[in-house]
Design a protein. Structure first.
Length: 281
């Protein structure tokens, strides 16, 4: 163990070798030294310099476990440095919870903690649309149940079958399925190739369309106060003509006036509204 220089005396840490560069300790030496440091750590009082030295050295010596576990996720788009940092949290949790009485190698005990912390990081941060934690967890359970039933039944499972296996209501299964759509997203500017030629277009060109009614919103806001200024009979005529879609003759019969009179009143009211709209623009 060339990394150890002997028992530390100037730091006041007895019985533990001073590791000059813990992260350069090889895996075999790290295993042996970790056993020694865990034995001593169990006898030290938390918060003391000796305890912190032993704990920190264990963390640095076993960073190779984090890099090993993080390597399993290289295919992801996340920055590897971020994955290693998250994995280090799992390593620290493993060190704080490890007991020699378990009679298991520390590496065997620590790797599930490290991998679990990394997966939790992906679960909590990789959703394109934020959904409640219960639905994130339900998505994972739904995927497992779907695989299990598909293998067992030889076909895609029905909602009721999934609900029975997962001990959920059908509504909750449907909700979990819907929430799964928020896990991934695609840019509207993503390039889409045509089937019959080499032409390319943006995804936005194929989904959704402009709503012509949006252009009328401003007009509606400008028209509302002008309508409020009209008399009750003028508003009634407008309602009968453009909401109930009655003819001028039918409006005349309804109001007890001639069709010609209705036409004059309607023309006068529309001209007034038109002038008011032009003035407010």
């Amino acid at each position: 163990m060339t990394a150890a220089t002997g028992t530390s005396t100037d730091t006041g840490i007895a019985e533990l070798p001073e590791i000059v560069s813990p992260q350069t300790v090889g895996p075999n030496d790290a295993r042996e030294l970790s056993q020694l440091f865990f034995t001593r750590l169990a006898t030290l009082e938390e918060g003391t310099p000796e305890y912190q030295y032993a704990r920190n050295t264990l963390i640095e010596m076993n960073m190779s476990l984090v890099r090993y576990a993080a390597g399993r996720f290289r295919h992801r788009s996340d920055d590897m440095e971020d994955i290693v940092q998250v994995g280090t949290i799992g390593l620290i949790k493993a060190i704080d919870r490890f007991e020699l009485s378990r009679e298991v190698q520390f590496a065997t005990f620590a790797v599930p903690y490290i991998v679990g912390e990394i997966k939790r990081f992906f679960r909590d941060t990789s959703w394109a649309v934020h959904v409640p934690r219960r639905l994130q967890e339900a998505r994972v359970e739904l995927a497992r149940a779907t695989d299990e039933l598909s293998s067992r039944l030889g076909r895609a499972p029905k909602v009721g079958e999934l609900a029975e296996l997962m001990d959920l209501t059908e509504e909750e299964v449907i909700e979990a399925r819907t929430a799964s759509n928020g896990y991934n997203s695609t840019s509207l500017d993503a390039t889409v190739r045509g089937d019959r030629d080499d032409s390319e277009a943006a995804l936005a060109d194929f989904i959704g369309e402009e709503d012509p009614a949006m252009e009328l919103v401003e007009d509606f806001h400008a028209l509302a106060p002008l309508l409020a200024q009209l008399g009750e009979r003028d508003r009634e005529i407008l309602r009968l003509r453009f909401v109930d879609e009655l003819t001028q003759s039918q409006i005349g019969e309804h109001l007890g006036v001639s069709q010609m009179h209705v036409s004059r009143l309607l023309s006068r009211t529309l001209a007034r509204l038109r002038d008011g709209m032009l003035t407010t623009r």
